[in-house]
Design a protein around this ligand. Structure first.
Ligand code: GYE
Length: 344
């Protein structure tokens, strides 16, 4: 008991001393708990050196949920590494919006030149984007968008037209099905612009094909394992007994669904037509193997555009509000021919 009291006393003294010391130095010293701090706080260890001539870019990435995302991360990191005028501070939010918000605050505190982020969902950014604006740090959105009402809080969006991607996927599906049949939709992350708009574009185009019915639509979180699980459950459900097509918002979920369909004793690519979006190499290989019917391309290699935009901003140039990617649609032989030259 006495021993415990002594220890407690020592602890209290130490804490008081520490807070006094902290009080003399940095008034703003913030308590960071290692367990809850996102990886972004690592960047805080190496504050940007003002005036070393480099363009300092803080990038908040969503995570590593798909092959597409891996390709994007690599493009951004490789481009930065190869360019001596760029200083990249990279942060992985592991799918959590709160981690992205912390990362952005850390970038603001470090006074980076430009903040770039791939917002995991569309909503909930207003406060932190205002903080960036107040700090006069421009924000570039990479690959996913934010709520329309926050348009004045970012400088530019670099990425694809997800609505057009959804429309193209629907056109391809209608062709594969001869304009009739039951289909399943595997949606991306709930609340993500890439999921909302790919659904919207698909639904819009499907109005021209009234004999195609979406019998089930569920999120597989842009992830292969989840896509497989969701597809397995659907195949066992009453709606899943009579389906002729699967539309997946990304290739990884399509590849998971292909496995589930095969395990259920059906042939993906013929019994069940598959259309997906992204264009990763494995999807092209699946087309070659006859298991996937159409791949709608979505370019993840955004590193060069991002850093060019950051340099332009630092040089005082105006950027277009939307720097749009050029993309194609690949079916059958066209996909097979393109496979050797795929970069991701
Ligand atoms: O399609 C998917 C990823 O935001 C466009 O996110 C991106 C999407 C991409 O996980 O594979």
């Amino acid at each position: 008991m006495v021993q415990r009291k002594k220890i407690m006393g020592a602890l209290v003294t130490a804490t008081v001393l520490m807070s006094l010391v902290a009080g003399c130095g940095a008034k703003t010293a913030e308590p960071t708990t290692a367990s809850t701090a996102p990886q972004a706080t690592k960047a805080a260890d190496a504050p940007a050196k003002a005036g070393d001539g480099k363009v300092v870019v803080g990038f908040s990435q969503i995570g590593a949920e798909s092959g597409w995302r891996g390709a994007e991360t690599q493009s951004i990191q490789d481009t930065a590494k190869a360019d001596p005028t760029i200083d990249l501070k990279f942060s992985d939010a592991q799918q959590k919006q709160e981690n992205q918000i912390k990362a952005i605050r850390s970038f603001i505190a470090q006074k980076v030149d430009v903040i770039a982020m791939a917002p995991v969902v569309e909503t909930g950014w207003e406060a932190v984007l205002k903080e960036a604006k107040d700090a006069k740090i421009p924000v570039i959105l990479v690959d996913r968008g934010v709520d329309k009402k926050n348009e004045d809080l970012y400088t530019s969006f670099i990425g694809s037209d997800f609505i057009v991607e959804g429309q193209n996927a629907a056109k391809a599906m209608a062709e594969h099905l001869g304009d009739k049949g039951n289909i399943v939709e595997l949606e991306g992350t709930v609340g993500a612009s890439a999921a909302t708009d790919r659904k919207k574009g698909f639904d819009d185009e499907m109005k021209n094909h009234p004999n195609i019915k979406i019998v089930k639509s569920q999120s597989g979180d842009f992830n292969r394992a989840t896509g497989k699980q969701v597809m397995e459950a659907i195949l066992k459900s009453p709606e899943g007994k009579d389906i002729q097509g699967v539309y997946a918002h990304n290739d990884d979920m399509a590849l998971g669904a292909i496995q589930a369909i095969e395990e259920a004793g059906k042939k993906p690519g013929s019994d069940v037509k598959i259309v997906s979006i992204d264009g990763i190499k494995e999807a092209f290989e699946a087309v070659k193997a006859g298991k996937l019917n159409t791949v709608v391309e979505c370019n993840p290699l955004l590193g060069p555009q991002l850093f060019q935009a950051a340099k332009d901003l630092k040089a005082g140039k105006q950027l277009p509000k939307w720097i749009k990617s050029n993309e194609d649609v690949f079916t059958g032989q066209k996909a097979i021919d393109a496979l050797p030259n795929r970069k991701y």
